[in-house]
Write a protein that binds this ligand. Structure first.
Ligand code: ASP
Length: 268
């Protein structure tokens, strides 16, 4: 894997097994690598978990978590910023405002570009964290019923997860007014992407919850607004905090795979 622009770039079974090894085996990593976190949009989980993953692997991080304090504020274009940072680091995590920007960056980049969300395009590492969560729960990624509820049009996490689950039955609900949700194994809720022009306000209500089967799980990439009431957090079906923890492990897996490949290439 040179770049991770779309979820289709990922070797999902390999990354699931790397994440499993990282979580269950003591491995002392010593990657002497530098990662750039380059964020054109706000982030808590993605930027911090990439930084944490990098530190746990023994590497270091250059953080540009607000491009307004970089030369972007002086009018520098994406390509020049990517080429510049590529001379200082070994991989770039890029969050951008418009779909297609990660691909644009990968096109000119000397070092791997990892798409940390490009507008309403994709968010492959969130999806890998989601897949790891689903796989831990059901031990498979096929033959499951998944109901997506929320911002289907502009939710990039929905777009990537939808692509990654070709062999599942999927339902898409973009209104919370629908009082009965289809019986499913997974309910994947998302926030209204107001910054992309989406409108509305959605809330999971008691009448929805009473129809969620006992074995099912409720996921959300976070941040949440009012979609899931906080009193649901202790419900045994809530999985969103585990998703975050799995995101850290999966990002360690992604980075270690990228760096291992990079070193192999250098050795030859
Ligand atoms: N954190 C996720 C993303 O960056 C979900 C969201 O922001 O609604 O796409």
């Amino acid at each position: 894997m040179k770049h991770l622009v779309s979820i289709t770039d990922a070797n999902i079974p390999h990354l699931l097994s790397s994440a499993h090894n990282i979580e269950n085996t003591f491995i002392n990593y010593k990657f002497n690598k530098i990662l750039t976190n380059l964020f054109y949009e706000p982030s808590t989980r993605t930027s911090s978990s990439f930084a944490s993953a990098m530190y746990k692997l023994g590497g270091k991080v250059i953080s540009i978590n607000d491009v307004n304090y970089s030369s972007v504020a002086k009018g520098e274009n994406l390509e020049d910023t990517i080429r510049t940072m590529g001379t200082f680091c070994d991989a770039i995590v890029l969050r951008s405002r418009t779909a297609g920007q990660a691909a644009r960056a990968a096109f000119v980049s000397e070092v791997p570009v990892i798409n940390a969300g490009d507008g309403n395009g994709e968010h492959p590492t969130q999806t890998l964290a989601d897949l790891y969560t689903i796989h831990k729960e059901f031990e498979r990624l096929d033959n499951l019923t998944v109901t997506f509820v929320g911002d289907i049009e502009n939710g990039r996490t929905v777009h990537s997860l939808d692509k990654a689950l070709p062999d599942c039955e999927k339902h898409f609900i973009d209104t919370f007014d629908k009082s009965i949700w289809p019986a499913s194994d997974i309910y994947y809720l998302t926030r209204v992407q107001k910054e992309r022009g989406s409108e509305g306000s959605y809330r999971m209500r008691k009448e929805h919850i009473k129809h969620i089967p006992e074995h099912a799980i409720v996921m959300h990439p976070f941040p949440r607004n009012e979609e899931i009431p906080t009193w649901f957090d202790n419900d045994p079906r809530a999985r969103y905090f585990q998703q975050m923890r799995n995101g850290l492990i999966m990002r360690m897996a992604v980075l270690s795979n990228i760096f291992t490949e990079q070193d192999k290439y250098l050795d030859t």
